[in-house]
Design a protein around this ligand. Structure first.
Ligand SMILES: Cc1cc2nc3c(=O)[nH]c(=O)nc-3n(C[C@H](O)[C@H](O)[C@H](O)COP(=O)(O)O)c2cc1C
Length: 192
């Protein structure tokens, strides 16, 4: 088992939860310590993709521990240096914009801020319909920001949703290994 301690933060891109959970489950078998973190929206919203209760149960059972679900519980990530890397997958447009703007009024963004104070990597797996519109500038800012890495992403439906970008969740684990070594997995941009 790998020794690096991984924080895994889920946001409310519900249509991608199934694919992300597949990778998360593999990570929990690969790394000794995986600490789940769940956004307020992901922890409380029942959608056509499933119930919040089922989602939380899957996440917590696989990690063998309770998920961090509030700002108070995310804060110790900084002072206690709890993580070697923080994965945010899926990362919504909402959370992306907050990270870019230094807003920390949610569990996941505070987890990122607390973790970044230790100068350690944050890996984003974006999934947002406005990634090539309102959120494009935020992606640009984070690409240029120290300690941020991305799971390679591409357009998932260029004709139907021309401004949408989604990370290739199958590349999440190699992107994490690279980020732990201070490298961005390449190619970053995927052809569709
Ligand atoms: C069914 C459903 C699917 C959603 N899918 C996405 C998505 O793929 N990407 C996204 O950025 N937001 C999506 N949203 C909106 C987010 O859940 C919403 O912006 C929320 O405030 C995100 O909070 P968080 O970033 O703290 O998780 C979806 C909402 C619903 C109800």
């Amino acid at each position: 088992m790998k020794k690096e301690r991984i924080g895994f933060a889920f946001c409310g891109s519900f249509c991608t939860h199934k694919k992300v959970l597949e990778q998360y489950l593999l990570l929990t078998q690969e790394y000794e310590t995986v600490i789940p973190i769940v956004s307020e929206s992901a922890a409380s919203t029942d959608t056509r993709f499933g119930s919040a209760a089922d989602f939380l149960k899957t996440v917590e059972t696989a990690a063998g521990r309770s998920a961090i679900r509030c700002i108070r519980d995310a804060e110790p990530i900084g002072p206690k240096k709890l993580l070697d890397a923080l994965v945010i997958a899926p990362c919504t447009g909402n959370t992306l914009a907050k990270l870019s703007g230094g807003v920390t009024d949610s569990t996941v963004t505070l987890a990122a801020k607390a973790h970044l104070r230790n100068g350690r990597p944050v890996l984003l797996a974006i999934a947002s319909n406005d990634a090539l519109a309102g959120n494009a500038e935020n992606i640009g800012r984070l690409l240029a920001r120290k300690h941020y890495y991305f799971v390679p992403f591409g357009q998932d439906d260029p004709e139907g949703k021309p401004c949408s970008l989604v990370a290739d969740m199958n590349q999440l684990r190699p992107a994490l290994e690279a980020a732990l070594q201070g490298r961005q997995l390449q190619p970053l941009l995927l052809h569709t």
